[in-house]
Design a binder for this molecule. Structure first.
Ligand code: NAP
Length: 256
């Protein structure tokens, strides 16, 4: 185990930026791990590995075999399984865990949020009357909406959605963020959207639709995070980079 061998569990912009921030430090060996869900992921800096580890035990094995001394969980706040695995694996392997987690969005004046525990509840909360629904929750969570076929759905995702995974008659937008509020407002207006369904991902990159819904007075069904915020979690890439440098025994003054 080498405190200068860092494994970043990624799949987020923060993980990519953290890998970039650490790439200029020759004393560190940094690997970014992706699940492999996106067919055409963004270009990443440095060494990248792709695919699951085979549960927490597989992650322990990988860390031992590769002498990983610091594990960083910079996965998406809705990726609950890998975060649980990271906690279990670091406890078992005696490797320190750094948790990088953007804070959830908070409703502000003018927001019309209805909170849901998961996608199934979000689908029920759309109500009986037909509505035009903007679904920006990722292609893995669409199944519950199929049962509520009175609505017209507009679905945005990074990769194409298999027709059997989406409600009948849905329209699709294939696009990768970030999305700014002005463009999101135009999209909602042009498509006659009545209601937005979103996950409380936090961060700037996908906040545009929330700001746009507020500006248009539209309701948002906001799916809560699957887990409460991690204790000792770090909110920014800069703080995480400084923490890792400190843990690796490197000076932290330089710009962090
Ligand atoms: P998940 O349910 O927590 O993870 C499912 C399995 O995928 C894990 O058990 C693990 O397989 C593998 N996995 C997940 N992240 C990995 C990583 N960074 N490196 C290697 N293996 C990984 O996660 P998910 O919700 O399916 O999300 C998959 C990935 O997409 C995550 O990396 C996440 O950061 C990213 N992402 C998710 C969302 C979202 O809304 N869920 C949004 C944007 C990006 P093994 O058990 O075999 O190790």
């Amino acid at each position: 185990m080498n405190p200068r061998h860092v494994l970043i569990l990624g799949g987020t912009g923060e993980a990519r930026r953290l890998a970039e921030a650490l790439a200029g430090e020759p004393a560190l060996s940094v690997t970014l791990s992706l699940a492999g869900r996106t067919s055409n992921p963004r270009a990443q800096t440095g060494h990248v590995r792709v695919g699951g580890f085979g549960g927490a035990d597989g992650l322990v094995r990988y860390m031992r075999e590769n002498g990983i001394g610091i594990l960083v969980d910079a996965t998406h706040p809705f990726a609950a399984r890998i975060s649980q695995n990271a906690e279990r694996a670091t406890t078992e392997a005696g490797v320190p865990l750094v948790k990088l987690e953007r804070p959830p969005w908070q409703a502000v004046e003018g927001d019309r949020w209805v909170e849901a525990t998961d996608a199934a509840e979000a689908a029920r909360l759309l109500g009986a009357a037909p509505r035009t629904v903007f679904l920006a929750i990722g292609r893995q969570e669409l199944v519950p909406f199929a049962a509520f076929s009175q609505h017209a759905y507009i679905i945005r995702s990074v990769d194409p959605v298999a027709p059997e995974d989406a409600p009948a008659g849905a329209r699709f937008i294939l696009e990768r963020g970030p999305f700014d509020a002005a463009a999101e407002r135009a999209l909602l207006e042009e498509n006659g959207v009545d209601i937005v369904v979103a996950k409380n991902s936090g961060g700037e990159a996908t906040y545009g639709k929330i700001a746009a819904a507020r500006a248009l007075g539209l309701p948002v069904v906001m799916v809560r995070r699957p887990r409460p915020p991690a204790e000792g979690g770090i909110a920014t890439v800069e703080e995480a980079a400084a923490r890792i440098r400190h843990m690796a025994g490197l000076p932290v003054e330089r710009g962090e």
